[in-house]
Design a protein around this ligand. Structure first.
Ligand SMILES: [Zn+2]
Length: 283
């Protein structure tokens, strides 16, 4: 019998394909990474997403909002917002993303199409809205969070299963992922994914072109703490001059303590701090 395909599975598959295209990466044939460098070739810029105009809703706490017609805005400082994110990371199976504006102490939702596909949470970023914020603000922290495996497992059972991801995705990411995977062992949710890092590079380079005064830092919440990841000065120069090219982590080295992990490389830095560390800093 010919299998029936539901409308929702078509929508999910399209969202998945869009997400894959969004971060399409190809390694060149016979690519041999230089010693100590982790190499990826990025040959396609993310597509600007033109989203429907959204109704702004001011609410008291950060939530996962899966209603695409509504954009939530929360007025609270960064620390209070991080507390909300900590709770969400512990309870939600879906991811969410916000732009935090330190000068205004406002959190603007920028995530949409939150889904779980084959036990993987997926989310898309409202690129147009990020551009608008970049023109109007001089400091932006792009936040998202990673739910726990337990939450995803619970919710994933309810979701339909779609076709597997393109087979070479794993291969393309493997080397960099393995490096970070070893360093973040036991704190996996606190480690930015390769698509997270690539998205950060594009945001940093492209939005600085819209407003040379804007500083954009990406931050990832999890049940463990907050992970900042950003381009070094050299990274800015490199990715500006070379368009977006091949090296993700060049000469990486890492330092970790009980409450922090810092991965430094020529172009990119990743800096994790546990909630415990962050609390001590505040006291
Ligand atoms: Zn992520």
């Amino acid at each position: 019998m010919f299998p029936r395909i539901s409308l929702s599975s078509i929508i999910k598959l399209s969202a998945f394909l869009a997400a894959v295209y969004f971060t399409d990466i190809k390694l060149p044939e016979k690519n041999i990474p230089p010693k100590n460098d982790l190499v990826l070739i990025i040959n396609k810029a993310p597509i600007d997403t033109e989203t429907i105009s959204k109704k702004i809703e001011y609410i008291p706490a950060l939530v996962v909002n899966r209603e695409n017609k509504v954009r939530t805005v929360i007025k609270k400082d960064e620390i209070e917002g991080i507390k909300d994110i900590k709770n969400l990371a512990d309870t939600s199976a879906y991811e969410e993303a916000w732009a935090y504006l330190p000068e205004k102490q406002e959190w603007h939702e920028i995530g949409f199409d939150e889904e779980i596909i084959n036990y993987e949470p997926t989310i898309r970023n409202d690129v147009d809205y990020k551009k608008k914020l970049s023109r109007e603000n001089n400091e932006i922290f792009i936040y998202h969070f990673h739910p726990t495996d337990e939450s995803i497992e619970r919710e994933g059972k309810e979701q339909e299963v779609v076709e597997n991801e393109p087979e070479d995705k794993e291969e393309q990411y493997k080397e960099s992922e393995n490096y970070l995977g070893n360093i973040f062992e036991g704190y996996e949710d606190a480690c930015p994914s390769m698509p997270d890092i690539i998205s950060m590079i594009y945001s940093s380079i492209n939005y600085t072109k819209l407003n040379p005064n804007v500083t954009i830092i990406s931050k990832l919440g999890s049940i463990y703490g907050v992970t900042k990841y950003y381009l070094t000065e050299k990274g800015f120069e490199h990715y500006n001059q070379n368009n977006i090219d091949d090296v993700i982590l060049k000469n990486p080295h890492a330092l970790s303590t009980e409450d922090s992990i810092k991965v430094s490389s020529d172009f990119i830095e990743i800096d994790f701090r546990s909630y415990n560390y962050l609390e001590n800093m505040l006291n």
